[in-house]
Design a protein around this ligand. Sequence first.
Ligand code: NAD
Length: 272
Amino acid sequence: MNDHITPIVIVGARGRMGKVLIREVIASDNYVLLGAVDRSGGPGIGQDAGRLAGTVEVGVLVEDELMPRRSAVVVDFSLPQATEANIRRCRDAGAPLILGTTGLEASTRAMLAEAAREIPIVSDANFSVGITLLARLAALAARALGDSWDAEIIEIHHKHKRDAPSGTALRLAKSVAKATGRNLADVIRTDRSGTAAEPRSDGEIGIAAIRGGDSVGEHQLLFLADGERLELGHRAHDRAIFARGALRAARWAEGRAPGLYDMADVLGLGAL
Ligand code: NAD
């Protein structure tokens, strides 16, 4: 790492991820906290961001309006309802955007692609290095095994998570589908309830979402065949892994050409 310091603005500052991001920025010499934003009218507005995150005072007050500047990277882990306004503001200011929010609507994803013609955007449903590699391994395995092996995904998350299946499970399913020439929308199956339900059809990719407790995130990808089963999996023990990945992406995005990137780009994995 060089000794350049990357200025960061965090959106969703009062959230589970926002607080971890603030702590990681404060703890590192590579970043400086320039701004922290959360929902208008919510608690925490006007408080010191460091104190809010349970660490030292940093002299940055949590604001209720995102006002990006070209010189700082915006790291947004908030809610999908906030994403479109945040994309617009980053684009207008010329500020790079690291977007961790999941559960985005198709219209929001289209806006993201449009804005990425003008600013660098790194968007990923999972900023952990382990999951980024798991998605790559999933594609390699699926390509080698072909679609005669049944691919199924199990994901477990804490009881507060709103979207299901998780963005990461969808991404793993997409990796498998793409590697075997299938269109995920045609083969995804997220519900097998009902007494008259059809048995599993060939080529289907099933996802089971489990919610409970404080699980930070577990993903298990099973390839099932007659007589054997391959299992690939990842367990997140600490939210800090997503924050560290997102901050690594922020450093990578600084000064980069406009484009829509993901964590595989940040890790230099290249196209498969
Ligand atoms: P959370 O509910 O704890 O926090 C969300 C925060 O966003 C809250 O403080 C809320 O007040 C704030 N917020 C809501 N509307 C806002 C607005 N208009 N402007 C600014 N802030 C606003 O949620 P969380 O667990 O911190 O997760 C946040 C998002 O990040 C979710 O979409 C989650 O799925 C996603 N996530 C992504 C990754 C990844 O690696 N990509 C990892 C973990 C979580």
